[in-house]
Design a protein around this ligand. Structure first.
Ligand SMILES: Nc1ncnc2c1ncn2[C@@H]1O[C@H](COP(=O)(O)OP(=O)(O)OP(=O)(O)O)[C@@H](O)[C@H]1O
Ligand SMILES: [Mg+2]
Length: 373
């Protein structure tokens, strides 16, 4: 990630060099991001110079002392505000009286660090302002439809998380009040149900991360020759436990090996989604047929099941985010409705296509075609 440009404005050389010492080599990292933030520092000693630097653009964060020889820090802040310049300001001042704090906050200063401060106080304040700059940047870079999409996506997501959270909370409250007995064994069903709900939430969050990574393009793709047959076997192992529970047999029709230029994680996600659906939406003692073939210049992945099938009306909606078919047969099957939308996005990245044929109560056949390149 590009370093953030930080402008330090203070008339005391000792403070300037102190801040520089703390911030040079300081990284801010967040658990939700793969890269760290570092800082490029520019120091000036007056408000006039600060305005000059800010006018040149490219500054992200200003660490602004208030008591300056010429124009005051607060006036620099007012200037930024009046001209709607997209920088974030942290006020640094020894005269941290309430009046100034209120004025600075009204003028949009993000936070306040009173002098003297310890290196750790400065670092903590920098972490907060960096996160703010980052999140604001995301918002700014979205156009209106993207903002609406994100809003819709997050609304559905929070809605999906609400009911498992309520369920687990309910169970915990019952246990806390020991409503059905003193023995932990009395609560076994509730504990199991809670664990199932938590597992569901975890996989929803993982799906979400896949989607947002794909959409933001930040995911590091590693395209290299991979053996699709080997990945298919790994996927089979992943869904096998589920298949055993429903006594479903998975038949694999695979060549010796099939080398293809791809990112192996992405291929695994494609295979896992197809196979897990073929098992999940199957009947007791059903069957799944999985095949990979190289036909001319394309690879075909065919996954067929003997499951509940999908009606013609539902077929076109399958690949939408959070789209799940609701009927008597799917009522007890858990899922977030994200699997196929992720699959579609991935297949698009390989300039491929997905075809589905299905007959209610008979079964479903998915064919994914991706061209070699
Ligand atoms: N092989 C299949 N047979 C019957 N219905 C299917 C099959 N695959 C998908 N579906 C239907 O399509 C819907 C969307 O599938 P998708 O994989 O996107 O979500 P999910 O399985 O509900 O959840 P997730 O995969 O995110 O855990 C499913 O809810 C199911 O109703
Ligand atoms: Mg699925």
């Amino acid at each position: 990630m590009e370093p953030l440009k930080v402008l330090i404005v203070d008339d005391e050389p000792g403070i300037r060099s102190g801040i520089e010492r703390v911030l040079r080599g300081f990284n801010v990292s967040f658990p939700f991001l793969e890269t760290d933030f570092t800082f490029d520092l520019i120091s000036v000693e007056s408000g006039e110079e600060a305005v000059e630097q800010i006018d040149r653009g490219q500054i992200d964060i200003v660490l602004l002392d208030n008591k300056l020889p010429g124009i005051q820090g607060i006036e620099v802040l007012e200037y930024i505000n009046k001209n709607q310049i997209g920088v974030e300001v942290m006020m640094i001042t020894s005269y941290a009286n309430l009046d100034l704090a209120v004025r600075a906050t009204n003028q949009g200063a993000f936070n306040f660090v009173p002098k003297p401060f310890t290196p750790q106080e400065l670092r903590t304040a920098m972490e907060a302002i960096t996160k703010h700059v980052y999140l604001k940047g995301i918002g700014r870079n979205l156009n209106k439809t993207e903002k609406q999409n994100r809003f819709q996506f997050l609304s559905v997501l929070s809605h999906e998380l609400k009911s498992p959270i309520n369920a687990v909370e309910g169970y915990l409250n019952i246990m806390k009040d020991r409503q059905i007995g003193e023995d932990i064994g009395d609560y076994e069903t509730m504990i199991d149900r809670s664990l199932v709900r938590i597992k569901g939430m975890r996989s929803l969050i993982m799906d979400m991360l896949d989607i947002t990574r794909l959409e933001s393009g930040v995911k590091n793709r590693e395209i290299k020759p991979v053996d699709l047959v080997e990945i298919a076997r790994i996927s089979k192992d992943t869904v096998e436990p589920l298949a055993i529970q429903k006594n479903i047999k998975i038949h694999m029709d695979l060549p010796e090996e099939l080398i293809f230029n791809a990112d192996s994680n992405e291929i695994e996600i494609i295979f896992n989604n197809l196979l897990s659906n073929a098992v999940k939406y199957n009947k007791e003692s059903g069957e799944v047929f999985f095949a990979i073939k190289a036909v001319k210049h394309e690879i075909q992945v065919i996954v067929e099941d003997t499951g509940i099938g999908i009606s013609q009306e539902d077929l076109p909606k399958l690949f939408g985010e959070f789209h799940r078919i609701k009927n008597d047969k799917t009522r007890d099957i858990t899922g977030s409705g994200l699997g196929l939308s992720i699959l579609k996005k991935l297949v698009d990245m390989y300039h491929g296509r997905v075809e589905v044929e299905s007959e209610l109560d008979k079964g479903t056949k998915f064919v994914v075609r991706i061209g070699s390149y």
